[in-house]
Write a protein that binds this ligand. Structure first.
Ligand code: PEP
Ligand code: MN
Length: 371
């Protein structure tokens, strides 16, 4: 007996679901007819709710009906907004790719409306938490590596970075410790319970690096090293892709597409400053790239204020700005003795600087939107 009644209830639920689907589709059509007018129409929503409340009384109290329909209306509104955004993104792609085929498809927001989120050893990237990656520019010794890991972890950094293969402008500058640096980084990261990041500079390093390091970084100078990108696309590691020194946002997304199209969806985009005419800073940190990348792509977007500005005392305000503008996280270079760092000394943060930044960040709400 109760079984029969439950079956009927299930059938009705299915009908309600079908009707909700129909309602949402009509709402999408109505959204299109609204053209550029705002989707949210409080007058119309009030009319619907009032007319539902004014129907002949049934078993449901008016307040219940009102709250059920409020949810339905706001759900449909959300669907209208998403569909409008998707159409806009599609149109932008069409303009960009005019006579060429679109060079980034899998990473685009229209192919996946929801944000990509991935878990690297328990740290969620692209999710609700603002993630801080920190560590020295270069791993210089086990002692230095452990000291930095200890300091940054105690302030709340979640991922430990360190360069071992350093792409330096001058061949006479410190080139990194190579595999010895990778061994040190991976030991430190393991003993402090943090996932690791390091830059991979050539295809022949990929296999070994992928087995020792959790997140493989593609440096700005290699953003368009397509063979390297393809090789990384065949690994299972997350990839931190830096924006090239003079790369447009389109080229940056196309580089990410190279990795994803080979089967590895775990790409993190990292804005690290671009080359402009301005000599006061090492690079010009293009924070406007953050909302643009978030609108065009579903991939997590990080900012590297250390390389972005290149001067220690200006990094702190840009960390605050990166969080406020909607980045999913930042990456910073920290050193026990900043002035004597073997690479990028001008931008190396002391432990105290890092602590102040983390304290600032705790007071800035994360922006969850992508517009
Ligand atoms: C780095 O992160 O150490 C680095 C070399 O960065 P970029 O490739 O952005 O210069
Ligand atoms: Mn550096």
């Amino acid at each position: 007996m109760i079984g029969d009644l439950r079956k009927k209830i299930d059938q009705i639920d299915n009908q309600i679901l079908d009707l909700l689907e129909k309602r949402a589709r009509l709402a999408i059509e109505a959204g299109v007819l609204k053209k550029d007018k705002p989707i949210y129409d409080p007058k119309r929503e009030k009319e619907i709710l009032d007319s539902i409340e004014n129907r002949l009384p049934g078993v449901f109290p008016k307040s219940t009906l009102r709250s059920v329909f409020r949810e339905i209306i706001s759900g449909c509104r959300q669907i209208q907004e998403n569909s409008r955004l998707e159409n806009k993104t599609k149109k932008t792609h069409m303009i960009i790719s005019s006579n060429d085929s679109q060079s980034w498809i899998k990473v685009s927001r229209s192919s996946q409306p929801e944000d990509s989120e991935f878990n690297v050893k328990g740290v969620i990237l692209g999710g609700d938490d603002f993630v801080v990656i920190a560590g020295p520019c270069s791993i210089e010794s086990k002692e230095q590596s452990d000291q930095v890991a200890q300091a940054v972890r105690s302030c709340g950094a979640k991922i430990f970075r360190g360069g071992a293969f350093k792409p330096r402008t001058s061949p006479y500058s410190f080139q990194g410790l190579g595999w010895d640096g990778i061994d040190i980084l991976s030991q430190t990261a393991k003993s402090f319970g943090m996932p690791s990041v390091s830059e991979v500079t050539s295809i022949d390093q990929v296999e070994r690096m992928a087995s020792q390091i959790n997140i493989l970084q593609v440096g700005a100078r290699n953003m368009q090293n397509f063979d390297l990108l393809k090789a990384l696309g065949k690994t299972d590691n997350a990839i931190l892709l830096k924006r090239g020194l003079s790369a447009t946002i389109e080229e940056f997304l196309a580089a990410a597409e190279y990795i994803v199209s080979e089967g590895n969806p775990h790409v993190i985009l990292c804005e690290r400053g671009i080359r402009t005419f301005e000599p006061s800073t090492r690079n010009t940190l293009d924070l406007s790239a953050v909302p643009i990348l978030k609108e065009r792509s579903h991939l997590p977007v990080f900012v590297d204020p250390s390389h972005g500005v290149g001067i220690r005392r200006w990094i702190r305000p840009l960390c605050r700005a990166a969080k406020a503008v909607g980045a999913h996280g930042i990456m910073l270079e920290v050193h026990p003795d900043p002035e004597n760092a073997k690479s990028d000394a001008d931008q190396a943060l002391s432990f105290e600087d890092f602590e102040l930044i983390m304290d600032d960040l705790s007071r800035i709400p994360k922006d969850h939107t992508y517009r």
